[in-house]
Structures are given as C-alpha cells and as structure tokens.
Design a protein. Structure first.
Length: 93
C-alpha cells in the first residue's frame, strides 16, 4: 500500500493545482448556463462574495474602514455592472 505524502510541500502543490483548475471550472459553470439573466445573477453573487473575501483577507493589513468598504463595494458594483451587461444581452437577443 502506497503511503500519502503529508508534507507541507505536498499540501502547497495540491492547493496550487486546485487554484489553477478553478478558473476553468468557473468557465465551465458559466458556459453551461444558457439564460443571460441567470448568468448575470450568478456573476453578481460571485463578485459580491469575492469582494467580501478580499475585505476579510485585507483586515489584518489595514484598519482603515474606508479602504475595506471600497473593496466590498467595488466587488458588488462590478457584479452589478456584469448583471446590467447580461440584461442588455438578454434584451437585445
């Protein structure tokens, strides 16, 4: 029976492999959705979640609430922009 490598280096390799595959997986998810409005709502949700994750990860580095708020709001605003784009695509098709 082969033993698993439980070293930190093996852990980092696994994490890097998963991160590299993530955009491909998200692209497959988004390309499987046919309705532009559904695609827009999913993008809004994903960008909002990304903004919140970036805000939480930036908290140890800065205590400036304005910067933290801008990170969160910019993720949400970009998500809204993408939602508007998909609504425009839906109306014009």
């Amino acid at each position: 029976m082969k033993e698993k490598d439980l070293s930190f280096k093996a852990f980092l390799k696994l994490i890097i492999k998963k991160i590299v595959k993530l955009p491909i997986t998200l692209h497959d998810l988004m390309s499987a959705i046919d309705d532009p409005l559904d695609r827009g709502w999913i993008e809004l949700t994903l960008w909002t979640i990304l903004g919140m994750i970036l805000t939480v990860s930036a908290m140890p580095f800065t205590q400036n609430r304005l910067i933290l708020s801008l990170i969160t709001v910019s993720g949400f605003a970009y998500g809204l922009l993408r939602l508007c784009y998909w609504m425009w695509v839906y109306v014009n098709t």
